[in-house]
Design a protein around this ligand. Structure first.
Ligand code: SAH
Ligand code: SF4
Ligand code: F3S
Length: 449
């Protein structure tokens, strides 16, 4: 019986923050059936793999994880194994033919109904081998699914699902379907519950978060104002912002919302107009630079992070140098960088050759990261001697001292070492920055404030 408390589930999550949020949501639903979560895959009665299809490596990792469950199933024929999310959506039937032992494959919209499918499996004869469930419909709107028990210091919450942009390299619009904003009523209820569970920071998520509300007459600005009024919530973040959808009006409106933090994640992907066009990004490098100027005009101390792809189809040395130049010109605080990985089903996979050699992609990635690190260090050095508000998110112990880890409002990681546990996680302290490296800042508590 599923409601026996001895049943345990293990969930492995690949991919973006939205997957992390989905896994939390789904885990809560499974717990309601009586399952207990375990981090030991060997003792699980149910194994779930929440997958990402954005690059080949992500796909490969998820499928090897699935392959490894075969042995566990041989030992325990009652074990249920399910694959959910973006790879499930992308490969569907192929997963069942390649891994016939899998019990269920649920796509990016069907996965929320997991309790229903688990009960169906409970009533079927697993050992017959013909029971597997494959559900991939993208038609329905996702409504009425909220987390209830999140109590981390910082919490993700997806507010827009799907994407309509069809950047030519990207699989997301195909596996996640069209853009769909959740209702702000539902989001606010969820955030209120988080606030009463001691969550201090809300991170609003969407592949293209600035278009929130376009399809249901709401807006990201209004939502931010409303969250700002929730007692207990101290900080609000939102990502990812597509450059074309960050308007001057939006920045003017949000700059004075107290709890909205001074950070924007605004991917430029490439600095070459030729490549931006073939990526279907819908802006030029000049427009991107202008946007960054506009943002900094209203919020001078904002930190800016970005995503960049190297080695896209047709990218020459000149195009790549333009990417380096854009990074330098915009003084981006930190980057997430990727080698172009052609994804079956995307527009670039069909229409363009993957013509940059892997060794050259690797070289460009290294050159890019070296420059990015140098700029990050310059940006971080500017924090030295400043006083920052730091929200403490985790603590570890090392040789009788305690290392606290937190973030500034501008999303910089800060470390602080103390010889006692005088700070509680979830508190915000004033910290003087006394050191900086490429990836973090080091601080000391400012006394008497
Ligand atoms: N919606 C966000 C991010 C989507 S996926 C945006 O528009 O920016 C996260 C990042 O993965 C992308 O920004 C892009 O840099 C990278 N990415 C997406 N598809 C890729 C591919 N086929 N190969 C390499 N990197 C890719
Ligand atoms: Fe992919 Fe582009 Fe949509 Fe981002 S905006 S998810 S890169 S299609
Ligand atoms: Fe990956 Fe799907 Fe997110 S493809 S990046 S997990 S939306």
């Amino acid at each position: 019986m599923l409601n026996e408390s001895s049943q345990k589930f293990f969930i492995k999550t690949f991919g973006c923050q939205m997957n992390v949020y989905d896994s939390i949501l789904i885990s809560e639903k499974i717990k309601k059936l009586g399952y207990i979560e375990t981090d030991n895959i060997k003792e699980a009665d149910l194994i779930l793999i929440n997958t990402c299809a954005v690059r080949k490596l992500a796909e490969h990792k998820a499928l090897s994880e699935l392959g490894a469950t075969k042995k566990l199933k041989e030992k325990n024929p009652k074990l249920l194994v399910g694959i959910i999310g973006c790879i499930a959506q992308k490969l569907g039937k192929k997963i069942i033919s390649d891994f016939p032992f899998v019990d269920f494959v649920l796509g990016t919209k069907e996965m929320y109904k997991i309790p229903f499918y688990l009960q169906k499996l409970e009533n079927s004869d697993i050992s017959s081998g013909s029971h597997n469930i494959l559900k991939l419909s993208l038609d329905e709107k996702i409504e009425g699914y909220k987390t209830e028990h999140v109590n981390s210091v910082s919490a993700f919450i997806t507010i827009v699902r799907g994407c309509n942009n069809f950047c030519t390299y990207c699989i997301v619009p195909f596996v996640r379907g069209r853009e769909e904003s959740r209702s702000s009523k539902e989001i606010l209820e969820e955030i209120n519950a988080m606030a009463s569970n001691r969550v201090k920071e809300i991170v609003l998520l969407g592949q293209n978060v600035n278009i929130f509300g376009k399809d249901n007459n709401e807006s990201l600005e209004d939502l931010l104002y409303k969250i700002n009024n929730i007692n207990g919530i101290e900080r609000i973040r939102y990502f990812t912002s597509h450059p074309k959808d960050v308007t001057e009006n939006f920045i003017k409106n949000v700059k004075d919302i107290k709890k909205v933090c001074e950070h924007i994640h605004i991917p430029f992907q490439s600095g070459s107009n030729k490549i931006l066009k073939s990526m279907n990004r819908k802006y030029t490098r000049e427009e991107y630079i202008e946007k960054i100027h506009m943002i900094r005009k209203y919020i001078p101390n904002i930190s800016i992070t970005t995503d960049i792809i190297v080695g896209f189809s047709g990218e020459t040395e000149k195009d790549f140098n333009e990417t380096l130049d854009l990074l330098e010109t915009c003084k981006i605080d930190s980057i997430y960088s990727f080698k172009y990985s052609p994804r079956e089903g995307t527009i670039s996979y069909k229409n363009f050759a993957d013509d940059v050699l892997i060794i050259e992609k690797e070289r460009r990635l290294k050159v890019l990261n070296d420059l990015a690190n140098q700029i990050s260090l310059e940006c971080n050095n500017k924090y030295i001697s400043t006083i920052q508000e730091v929200l403490w998110e985790s603590i570890s112990e090392n040789n009788n001292s305690f290392i606290y880890e937190g973030r500034t409002r501008s999303y910089k990681k800060v470390f602080l070492t103390l010889n006692n546990k005088e700070i509680k996680l979830g508190e915000i302290s004033k910290v003087k920055i006394i050191g900086a490296s490429v990836f973090s800042l080091y601080g000391e508590i400012v006394k008497g404030v």
